[in-house]
Design a protein around this ligand. Structure first.
Ligand SMILES: Nc1ncnc2c1ncn2[C@@H]1O[C@H](COP(=O)(O)OP(=O)(O)OP(=O)(O)O)[C@@H](O)[C@H]1O
Ligand SMILES: [Mg+2]
Length: 250
């Protein structure tokens, strides 16, 4: 068992307090949801937990060991992987090469990286896409490639920043099944950021709700559904977030 923990993380951007003393913990095999309105600070927290953004104060630790100051690739080698809100694949490279590059970056030989990339594409369910150019893929396939790439080297943790954005209900269901397998079969700890709150409440063991950089609620899905604070935070944005949470809570 492993745990990745953010403790009292604050981030200030030129006067804007993007995060204020945020605590969040993910353990092996667990799916933790991170939700909140646009601009709540979700991506900033993922950036801090993966070494892309230094915290103004607070610390991130892996199994009790402080990770502060480590670069993204150092955290990746220690088993903390992520996907990006905008995809960020190597668009000109074939799908398989996107995964292979990551494998080589993690220290594998080229042959070993190719072998793992092939096995990973198969595991994620996109083996037939191996030789397609990544930049020409439909959005939903691109997401799966990004997840496959993040899973190279079997990280202990993977942080997924809005993997279901733009997906149809059926596509989101397929993605849910994949995320369950990442936690259940790989034993990976998953942090899932999603605007699709229904998907989060369906999948996650534990949910953290951010609003304006502050944790306004934490708990199991039932607690989140019943929370007046969560309902209130989403009031102004329900129209553009497609929020089943409001219906569920009626
Ligand atoms: N590099 C930066 N410099 C200045 N301000 C930033 C920077 N990154 C984020 N912010 C601000 O910090 C706040 C939190 O942004 P963040 O992207 O973390 O929110 P989010 O919850 O991921 O939103 P979304 O749901 O739209 O992706 C926002 O007000 C944003 O404008
Ligand atoms: Mg974001």
């Amino acid at each position: 068992m492993s745990d990745l923990s953010a403790d009292k993380i604050s981030v200030a951007f030129a006067g804007l307090r993007a995060l204020s003393e945020v605590d969040l913990k993910v353990t092996s095999g667990q799916i933790v949801g991170l939700i909140g309105p646009n601009g709540a600070g979700k991506t900033t927290l993922v950036n801090v937990m993966t070494g892309f953004q230094p915290a103004t104060s607070g610390s991130v630790s892996l199994d009790g060991q402080d990770l502060s100051g480590l670069k993204p690739h150092e955290l990746r080698r220690r088993g903390v992987a992520r996907t990006f809100q905008g995809g960020r694949l190597f668009r000109d490279l074939a799908v398989i090469d996107n995964l292979e590059v990551t494998g080589v970056g993690l220290g594998l030989s080229r042959a070993a990286a190719i072998a793992e990339a092939e096995a990973m594409l198969d595991w994620v369910g996109i083996a037939p896409l191996a030789n397609r150019v990544a930049g020409a893929l439909p959005y939903t396939d691109e997401r799966r490639v990004a997840i496959g790439r993040a899973l190279m080297g079997k990280p202990a943790f993977v942080l997924l920043d809005e993997p279901a954005a733009g997906m149809s209900a059926t596509e989101a269901q397929d993605l849910s099944a994949l995320i369950r397998r990442i936690a259940g079969e790989m034993g990976c700890g998953v942090l899932l950021i999603e605007h699709n709150v229904g998907l989060v409440l369906d999948l996650c063991h534990h949910v953290v709700v951010l609003d304006s950089g502050v944790v306004i609620e934490t708990g199991d899905p039932a607690t989140i559904r019943a929370s007046e604070r969560v309902r209130h935070a989403y009031m102004g944005t329900a129209a553009d977030t497609n929020l089943p949470v409001l219906e569920v809570m009626e």
